[in-house]
Design a protein around this ligand. Structure first.
Ligand code: SF4
Length: 436
């Protein structure tokens, strides 16, 4: 009850900021039984309306609404409303009472429903661990996970199989197969690589190696080199972009021939199953993940994928960021085989500093934007999300050999990489607009 009362107070506060048009929109949206009286009715009841609403000096300039009396018991209790034949005549200024009773009823129903749902799923460890972590969930969304460890590019193939979330594994695979990724894919994957500690020089070499299998070096330098340096804050406004989080990736639009986005959201059911099959997941895991994705539980599907690839171990924190997924994976592997994962990555969350390459505060970073506001970055709107080219898996189903995945990530130095926590959407949009 305490919680509902606080929410009601908060609702009243928000309601007070609405103008007449906003209130009417709200009435319409919630189909609340509340009808404005006609000028003739108002003339007829003018005296009663005036005497029942002491605060209103001129009833002619105030709108009145007809509402069933049971919806405004608080106004009746304080004798603030005129009632006739079971109908209360509520001035526009007191309409909040109508909404409060509607809001309170919805909250009570919602709370009962939530209580029932929690008791139904209390034996599901994925849900319980997710609910346990919920208090830190939103705070976590404002933070960017970054690593202090350098990741060499010759390990990316192995890491993509062992420690990448599926969104990044799909991008890595598409890049390797096609020797090209479209702009949105390059931004999503390029920033992820930056976040896991791939240096700008390595990143440039990595993209160049793939792209120049199809085009010459000069063309690459001219058309793509700039964008890669831009991601690292070396071009344009020199903004240090942060790796994209799940909300932004999930909210993106994906068109034909594009591989960015979240596979649980953007791949059609069959393509997702086939992709998971090609990754060697068991039939039971494939079915579970595909069903979760179908029911829009993308982050839980991602957690289930993590569990399948980590010997049934769950990440310590909910998966809300691909770079968080990566570090959870490396932490588990470091615990299992500390000698294999040399210089275990430390999960560090930066929430208030703009770090440059050398770890100093950057003065070139503009107005800070929180990462959880990033879901609005304008990605191109192409309707068809299907990736038919992904539908031909050839790898036989098998459990992934974890020993082959425990790739050591060499710790070179502990200097913080320049991953800060503010993303400038305008500049990302600028990059997005020059698709190549
Ligand atoms: S839930 Fe997040 S980390 Fe997992 S695949 Fe989707 S976008 Fe990537």
């Amino acid at each position: 009850m305490w919680f509902i009362n606080q929410e009601v107070e908060f609702f009243k506060l928000r309601f007070s900021s609405l103008d007449k048009e906003g209130v009417e929109k709200l009435l319409c949206m919630h189909k609340i039984d509340c009808q404005q009286i006609t000028p003739e009715e108002k003339d007829e009841l003018k005296e009663e309306l005036h005497s029942s609403t002491s605060k209103i000096t001129n009833v002619d300039i105030v709108e009145f609404y007809k509402v069933p009396f049971r919806k405004v018991t608080d106004l009746i209790k304080s004798r603030k409303v005129y009632i006739s034949q079971g109908i209360a005549y509520v001035p526009h200024t007191d309409l909040v009472s109508v909404f409060v009773s509607h809001f309170r009823k919805n909250m009570q129903n919602g709370m009962s429903h939530a209580r029932l749902s929690v008791s139904n799923v209390c034996d599901d460890e994925r849900i319980i661990s997710f609910l346990d972590s919920l208090p830190g969930y939103f705070a976590g969304m404002t933070r960017v996970v970054w690593t202090t460890t350098t990741t060499p590019i010759d390990k990316l193939n192995e890491l993509s199989k062992s420690s990448y979330p599926m969104c990044m594994r799909v991008l890595h695979e598409a890049l390797k197969n096609n020797h090209h990724l479209r702009n949105s894919g390059r931004i999503q994957y390029g920033l992820f690589l930056k976040g896991i500690g791939v240096t700008m020089e390595d990143s440039m070499n990595f993209w160049k190696t793939e792209f120049t299998k199809k085009l010459d070096v000069d063309k690459f330098e001219k058309e793509y080199g700039y964008a890669i340096r831009h991601l690292y804050g070396k071009e344009g406004k020199q903004t240090n972009y942060t790796p994209l989080g799940c909300p932004k990736i999930i909210a993106s639009s994906v068109g034909p021939g594009e591989y960015h986005g979240c596979p649980y959201k953007h791949m059609d059911h069959e393509s997702l199953r086939q992709k998971l099959f090609s990754f060697g997941l068991s039939a039971a895991n494939i079915t579970e993940i595909a069903e979760l994705a179908k029911d829009w539980h993308y982050n839980i599907a991602c957690t289930t994928y993590f569990k399948a690839l980590h010997n049934n171990r769950l990440p310590e924190k909910p998966v809300i960021h691909p770079n968080g997924y990566f570090l959870e994976s490396r932490n588990i592997m470091a615990k299992d085989s500390p000698t294999e994962v040399e210089g275990k990555e430390r999960q560090t969350q930066s929430s208030s500093q703009n770090l440059t390459q050398s770890g100093r505060l950057s003065d070139k970073i503009g107005t800070p934007n929180r990462i959880d506001r990033n879901s609005g970055t304008p990605l191109r709107n192409i309707a068809t999300p299907s990736r038919s080219s992904d539908r031909t898996p050839t790898t036989p189903m098998r459990r992934i050999d974890r020993t082959s995945m425990m790739t050591p990530v060499k710790s070179v130095k502990a200097t913080p990489k320049r991953i800060e926590n503010h993303l400038n959407d305008d500049e990302i949009a600028e990059l997005m607009s020059e698709d190549m």
